[in-house]
Design a protein around this ligand. Structure first.
Ligand code: NAP
Length: 113
């Protein structure tokens, strides 16, 4: 098995699905600071543009709704071409809800996403 240290990579192209906030945004910044070319995605173009401004040479943006499978595939394929290949894919889009009463309908929203 090949071991890849993501902070000292031999290969340097990554896509982060869900990079406009939270964990994905944090990872996007970290990887850009460590010489990755980073494809960043989400629905909120303004937030992705703000992130790109922090390191404009490192980020490429695609905006799409991740539950739309057809569009997601098309946009990801475009991004892979623009990056010149892909070494790492990080899926960080999603939702989560507090569910203190263990109501299944609340869990179902996360499952359906
Ligand atoms: N933070 C935690 O402590 C924690 C703990 C356990 C699990 N998780 C899970 O880890 C994942 C990331 O958490 P986070 O805290 O970083 O969440 P977050 O700050 O809400 O970020 C979620 C990211 O996913 C994108 N996204 C959400 N719905 C989308 C959709 N329908 N289409 C396209 N993009 C979508 C958002 O972008 P746009 O809004 O621009 O679309 C955003 O960039 C989530 O699945 C969460 O449930 C988080």
């Amino acid at each position: 098995m090949e071991f890849i240290n993501i902070l000292n990579p031999k290969k340097k192209r990554v896509i982060i699905i869900g990079a406009s906030s939270g964990i994905g945004k944090g990872l996007a910044k970290l990887l850009a600071e460590n010489d990755y070319k980073v494809g960043i995605t989400g629905r909120k173009a303004k937030l992705l543009e703000e992130l790109k401004k922090t390191n404009s040479n490192s980020f490429l943006i695609k905006t799409f709704e991740a539950t739309d499978t057809k569009t997601s595939i098309e946009k990801l394929e475009e991004l892979v071409v623009e990056l010149g290949g892909l070494d790492l894919l990080i899926l960080s889009s999603g939702t989560g809800y507090l569910n203190e009463t263990l109501d299944f309908e609340i869990e179902k929203k996360t499952i359906d996403f």
